[in-house]
Design a protein around this ligand. Sequence first.
Ligand code: NAD
Length: 437
Amino acid sequence: MFARRIAVIGTGYVGLTTGACLASLGHRVVCADVDEAKVARLCRGEVDILEPGLPELVSAGLASGRLSFVLGARSAIAELDDGAEVVFLCVPTPMGVGGMADLGAVESVVDEVRDLLRPNSVVVNKSTVPVGTAERTAELIDRPDVAVVSNPEFLREGAAVHDFLNPDRIVVGSVSQDAAERVASLYARLGAPTVLTDAASAELVKYAANCFLAMKLSYINAVSELCERLGADISDVTEGMGYDRRIGQSSMSPGPGWGGSCLPKDTQAMLQVADAADFEFRLLRATIDTNTRQRQRMVDKVRLAVTGQRTGSLSHTRIGVLGLTFKAGTDDLRDSPALAVCALLRQAGAELVGYDPAIPSDRPGLDSVVVVDDPYLAAKDVDALVVLTEWPQFRTLDWSTLAGVVRRPIVVDLRNLLDPDILRRAGFAWTGLGRRG
Ligand code: NAD
């Protein structure tokens, strides 16, 4: 394998993982960010996101001299002798006006580096971007000697290093076959199936995959609601469905709705992409609507469990919330369904105290819930405990002790995480999602 000279722009979940993993594969990598304090911390080997294995890879990369961090995209290219052969764009593409992806960061980086790019180099878009962005990026660069490649990233937060180094597939798309093959060769050691295609198809793979996952989750949430009406049990239903290899067992757990930094913005962006192509994507719209409705449905379940009535008032109730992050295993709160449900519970008049193993009590920016550092403190004097994130450690809490701390022994388990028998033995009334009894 040839060791390449690589610049990675953006050191968030995707960029830092990409940089550290490519360095571990033997490449020389310089990572850049606009956040000066973050760059300073990374230069000292301090990683401020919760990703197993990432601090170790960053330390090893720094020690080997194959990985370094600089402020600003231009410095990343200047730092490499003879410039970068490959420049990865890993900057945010948040939801913009009307649900469209905001490509401001991508375009500003391209504008910054275009005159520094060495001949025969490749600009790789790893950020999730709408179809047509590679073409637009090439127009902005406006250099026949520089190729643009789409190489979407599929890693899951909380398992980013594992997923990067053990990918299900690598997708690379470009008008330049040679540039696409050069980018694919960076991952050659990983032995993953590789899809070489045009840029538009590569860009669409990412949106289509994320929208499919969102659709699967919305579908299971809808089936779990139907289970409640029909007296069926969603755990048995999904187990029975999941043995079918065409369906599989993953993304089959009902919950308070999907969220996180990707699915909400990517489903909206895909709707915009479809609209622009004059395609009415009804299935996707229903997927999003089902998710929005799911959040309110969670509040209704809490209301019923606490007041005994569908229209009962949550005013002057105190609710203990277990889990705030958008899923277990991460410290990411962006677009967390747990926080969305908290905001609705708050609007309904409840006072909220929350605990999350990854969120310290002094974490800024949490308005709807008072965060504490101890689950037993979150349970003190509450009218109900509500499970919103599927952290496995909640299963092994001492539920008998919790029963002595709460005001009323009610658990609303919106992740179907806990064992109802253990809870009932401890004296709790337990409600799950789509579960019998
Ligand atoms: P992030 O917010 O964690 O990190 C982005 C980083 O880019 C930040 O550190 C920010 O300071 C930096 N940045 C912003 N503008 C910059 C600029 N002009 N120059 C240099 N640095 C800049 O974002 P993320 O979660 O890593 O996502 C990045 C992209 O990857 C998005 O398009 C996202 O949709 C996509 N993606 C994310 C995931 C995920 O699980 N997080 C998975 C696959 C794809």
